[in-house]
Structures are given as structure tokens and as C-alpha cells.
Design a binder for this molecule. Sequence first.
Ligand code: PEP
Ligand code: MG
Length: 889
Amino acid sequence: MKFVYDFTEGNKDLRDLLGGKGANLAEMTNLGLPVPPGFTITTEACKVYLDSGEEPAALRDEVSAHLDALEATMGKKLGQADDPLLVSVRSGAKFSMPGMMDTVLNIGLSDRSVQGLAEQAGDDRFAWDSYRRLIQMFGKTVLGVDGELFEDALEAAKAAKKVTDDTELEAADLKKLVTKFKKIVKTEAGRDFPQDPREQMDLAIKAVFDSWNGERAKLYRRQERIPHDLGTAVNVCSMVFGNLGPDSGTGVAFTRDPASGHQGVYGDYLQNAQGEDVVAGIRNTVPLAELESIDKKSYDQLMRIMETLENHYKDLCDIEFTIERGQLWMLQTRVGKRTAGAAFRIATQLVDQGLIDEAEALTRVNGAQLAQLMFPRFDEDAKVAQVGRGIAASPGAAVGKAVFDSYTAVKWSRSGEKVILIRRETNPDDLDGMIAAEGILTSRGGKTSHAAVVARGMGKTCVCGAEELEVDTKRRRMTVPGGHVVEEGDVVSIDGSTGKVYLGEVPVVPSPVVEYFEGRMHPGADDADELVEAVHRMMAFADRKRRLRVRANADNAEDALRARRFGAQGIGLCRTEHMFLGDRRELVERLILADTEAEREESLKGLLPLQKRDFVELFEAMDGLPVTIRLLDPPLHEFLPDITELSVRVALAESRQEPHENELRLLQAVHRLHEQNPMLGLRGVRLGLVIPGLFTMQVRAIAEAAAERRAAKADPRAEIMIPLVGTVQELEIVREEADKVIAEVEAATGTALKLAIGTMIELPRAALTAGQIAEAAEFFSFGTNDLTQTVWGFSRDDVEASFFTAYLEKGIFGVSPFETIDKDGVGSLVKLAAQAGRATRPDLKLGVCGEHGGDPESVHFFHEVGLDYVSCSPFRIPVARLEAGRAAV
Ligand code: PEP
Ligand code: MG
């Protein structure tokens, strides 16, 4: 295996092997741009070293051969006494990890060669300053000496001379400092600073390898989800100097503005300085445009190079350059980071310039960026006190008065107040309050807690699990760290993108992109509209490209209409449980408590017209598009009062000797329905099989609603979905009853309804027996929330708040499997079930309606395994459309 590549040997596609920096230095070299000669040691060499603790046996000889070639090119030897070749040894991984790993400059300087450098440069001060920098950097990064000791010595030298600036130290001062630095090295590292230049280089290379596993680097990789086994490459590059006088300097530049995407001259320049001075902010830089008057020749050359790079990379590039006595050198380039808005603008600009096509443009943006552009944002300049931080559960910026119960949330919002609903945790009872609130804040629960899932579904800002906040719902107050008490009515602000909680009002800036999707803003001319124009065009590219259809999870007409505006091609999941809440609760309670057939019939009869009205509205909103309605799923106890509250009520009534028969019956029912594991209990299809008439009432409501719409010459396309099926027998029984009801409605109304009946695949057994289940199902919709829960054995309501943090920290997974589909486990079952289902029924329609339907990475997976559609909350629809387009590129 070859472990070392000369810059003339590599190219930009070898990032895995040469790291980003090495690959791009090679690419620039081969473009004929002025890059100081050098070579790159591969990530493979690093991996061998990290695995075995030893560098690969062949590395030393290979480095020698490349060093010989470099010395021949440069006409001088590393550390040569009279005219030393100096090199930098820089880290450079596949993914940029700015400042996280080590770099050593000026390798090759020693007590002897420092004299030679002084003579060659005609500048004593420069030579001694370079030498003291080497000892300082080498001491710190290679020999592990505490960097502050060098800093202190430098400060002491300045103090002794009564100067404040490094540049005011003269050659003699720096010479003394070198002696001092060498002493520090000897004392602290227990060895002399190496005088042999090759030893310096070899030790520096090893130190760069080691820095891959430095604490900083590991933490950064975890945050950025960069795999830990990639290793870093090492670039050995001949030094050029920007600190050789006023005709030298160093700078950074972008080929266009990384914030707006506009073309122009963007960058900074610092005369008579080295790169590290720019980073350290020792002196103020000037705008790049001023280089034109400082050094016109270099400036013009730089402009030409930037144009070459843009045309070559067909993208925004950022670069680092140095001018050494009027000679321009390129030290680095890479495709530059940019803001989400600029990503969209630049992609369309490049299409207009004819540099890239639509498909390529789609690879230049992503769903996370689009999601970011859709959130209203807090004004970052506002100075408002942060009082806590929780989990960023559902993005957005919300401001409102603190309320601690749903009832108050609804009441206040009806009177025009904006409120933030603060609870320890939420449950289905809080739904009205959550709808009424601007945002939701909880002190318990993780990303898949009730609050988080429901808030995301509604596109509502939510911060959950803010554990430092003590929420006391009884006394309607919350205590923040430091003891301050937030009373009901106090204004709070929550940022669902960062999890931050503020006391008081932080000003909010609305998102023009949402205004556009809502149809309230149209592509136009000023700055915001330029962004809207770009988003508009990118969405069109994605829609033209994608195979996956995108539907919405929506259960009321308002959400359905919004979803349609956002581009939904139907409803993939209408959860009917909300139709059992609010003022319908009484009917549901009566249904649950019914002792006789007649009582049960009575309450079902009461529910039927209400359900029917809901469905009519939904079909109206989604006319002409499929609407998948799921029959009741949650365990019944969720519709009954809280067991503790009810017990207290009964006990109180008893002690006061008040009549409490109803409460008592209710309490008995609650006890009867109480389950240790309700998620594995009487829910989904099991309810339909155990509570006579429940599912058939729902089916009748759907069928009658469809018939009514047909009669109105509309085009309802209902699909009935059975949840939590584990075996085909369950489905067959429910199906038989449903078919009978549909036939009755068809006969009564004289309409052929063509209602499809299908099932959710959300239990492992369902996935494993999908071939059989497909016999009785016209479609499958994967419920990846429950499937993840049951495949992993993780409780979706508890797990993120309990041990997920530990799992993430230990790298067991990089991201919660409830957020991004676990391809190897849950994903395999999806794939298997899709294939088995289609083997039984080739025209089986396949979709997904778990939270993963709106997650970028998961959308790509669903595309690959051949699903027909993904379904997600209305606000995720643009993201899913974009990602479905990207997946098809
Ligand atoms: C699922 O389990 O993925 C699903 C969509 O159903 P719910 O979240 O309502 O259980
Ligand atoms: Mg489910």
C-alpha cells in the first residue's frame, strides 16, 4: 500500500485517503496554481498507527523518498545550515475539523539553521521569531508542555522591555526568549528540543496522528456525527512566509459571500503577517479589496485564481493564501461553508451560470437547511436573560405569557393573549392547551415525549426536559435556577431550535419562506424575496426529480389545507383519537362504562354523526387526493380521568357524604382498564376486536362521509387503516366486519365507494408475516414509531429522557433511532416486509407515517427500499419533498 502522495499525484476526489486539505492542495497543484510543493501522508497510515500504536513499517522510507524529491525541487535540504528548507506539518481529515487537531510550522529550524535563515532572509528578527514560534508550537503540541508557560515567558519578555506588542520585540530579545523556551522544554518534557530536523518532522507527524484522538477532536466528531475511525492525513508542505516585510502578507477569501451568496470580493488581508496572526486576531485585518492598492499584481492574480477555482469546483470556495515578497502562494482551498439561505441562492445562481444542472443543484442543499429557513427566529442581538435550557424538541421561536394548565391556555388565547404552556409533562388532555399556545415548555420528557411529538406534528415550538426548571402546576409557578419565580402571566420566550428558555420577550423575526409556502409571499426582488425565489425554484427541481410522493399526517381540515398548500399529495395518517376528546369525552366515557348492549349502541350512535362531520371536512380539504384514516389506536384509559385525581374526588365525596355513584363507576372502570404496559396493551386492532361496534361505527362514519361527498359530485378518496396488527387473522376479522358495513352504506346510498382497506406495519410480527398480511391488506403504512419501540424494546415515551444521553455519549448510536430510521434493524424489517408484501400483492401500496417520514436521512432510505410515499407533519412536507428529490438524484 502506498502511504505518501506528492501534491502532484493526488486529486480532489481522494478526500478519503488524503483528507480534504491534501486532496485540494493536490487539485490546485494539478491546475497549475502556485502551491508550495509538498506531500501528504494518507489517512491509511494514520489508521495503522492508531490501531497498532506503530507507524506502518514502510512509512519511514516513503517519507524519505518524498522528502528527497521535495529537497531536489526546492534546491535545499530540510534544516540545511546555510539555507534551510522549512516545512509545515498540518493535520487534514476528510471532514473539516477546524482547529481541533494539531499543526506545527517552521519545522527544520535549529540553533544552526536559524542563522542561515537570517542570512537568506536578510532579517535577523524574522529568523529568531520563526524559531521561537517553532519551539513554542512543538513544545506544546508534540512534547505536551503546558502552553501557558511559553505565553507567560513571552509576556515577561514584553513586560521587561515595557512593550505591549509581539512585533516590538527585537532579534536580541527573541534570541533570549529562544533560550528561555528551550529551558522550559527541558524542564517540562525532560528532554532537549530536538536539533535534528528529521526528528522534528517525524515527531510532528506522530503528534498529528495522535491529535485525532485528542479530547477536543473526539467531542467535535460526536457533535458533528463524524465517524471516529476515519483518521487524519498529514500534509508536509514547504513553508512560505507572509511576515518578511510590507511586500508580504496573508489572507483568507471567499469566491462569493458565504452569507448571501452574492458574487464579489469577500475576504480579509493582513500585511506582514503569518496565518496564525490572523486567527489570533493580533492585528486588525483590512478588507481584501484593499490588497488591490497594496499589491496590484498579486491582487489581479488572486482574482484570476478565484475565478479558476469557482469554475473548476463549480461552487463557492474559500481559500487561504500568503504573499511572500510579492509572490502569491495558495495554501488551502475547499468548498466553503455557507448559511442555509446562501446554499439555496448559490445553487440556483450556479444553475443560471450554466455551471451545474438541476440535479447537481439539489445536492448542494438539504432538508435541514430548508427546515432552518422555515423557523421564525429570535433576534440574536436582543439582550434577554436566559434562565434554562432543555431539549430542542420542535424548532421555532415562541414568546408568550406563562400558563400552567390547558384550561387557562385556551381561555387566555381566546381573549387574544399569546401564551406558553408550561407543564411538567403533557398528555392527551393538554391537547387543547397545546393548540392554543404559542409554544410548549416541559421540565420532563425527551424528543419523543408526548409534548415533543405532538408539537412537531403541529409545527409548534417546543422545549422539553428542561430539568433545572421546577414546575409547580398546582401553585401555577415555575422556579428557575437562582431561585427566581416565574408566576402565571409572566412573559417567557423559548427557542425550540436551541432548547434555550428566556425570561421576558425576545423579539422574533418571521420566516419569509413559510410566508411563501403559505401563499402569502411571492418570488420577487428584494433580499428576502431573492431567497424565496431560490427556494421556489429548488422545490420545483425536487418535484420534477422525485419518485416518492409526499403526504401529510393531519387530522383536521385546517392542517389538511395547510398541508395541501405546502405540497402534500394526500393524507397518509389521520389519527382519529382527537375526535374522542374535548366535549365528546362524555360519550366516550359512556361507551367505556356501558353495561348493556343498548347503552353501548346509544353512545356509539351519539359519536357517529360527529365523526362523520370530521371526515366530511377532511375529504373536502383533500378532495381528489387519498386520505388514510386510521381507526382508533390508543388505550382507552387515555380517555378516562387521571386515576389519582379521580380517587381524590371519590374520597372527598365519600367523606362529605355527597352522592358519587358516577365517579365510583368511573373509578372502577379506570381500575379495570389500568395496565402496567399500556403501550403493549389493549390498543389498536385489539380495541376493535374487544369493544363491539367501535370500529364499525368509525367505518360507517367514513363510508357515509364519502357517500355524502360523492353525492355532492366531489371526489373523496378514503382509505381505512387498521393499527397495531400482529397477525393476518386480526385483520381478516376487522376487515370482514368493515366490508359488511361498507356494503350496507353502498346499498343504502346507491354509491360504489371503492374504499381501500389496509394496515399499519408497526409490530415486528407484522413485518415478519407481511406476506400473509398482504392477503388482507390493499396497502401497508409503516408505523416506524411503534416499530422502533418494539424492535429495540425502547419505550418511546421514556427512553430519551432516561438513558439516551448516555448511549449517545458512548457512541452506541449517533442519533436517536426515533429520529432517524435505524437502517440495520428497523430498516431491515421495513425492507423485508415491503418485499414480502409485494410478492403477495404486486400492486400493494407502501408508505410510511411514523415520525421518520419527515426526516431527511430516513426519506432517502424509504426511497431506496421502494416505498410509494412518505407521510409527515404539514410543516415537514417541504423538507420531505426536497429530500425525496435529492434521493432520486
Ligand atoms: C407509528 O407508530 O409510527 C405511528 C405513526 O403511529 P402512532 O405514532 O400514532 O403510534
Ligand atoms: Mg403506532
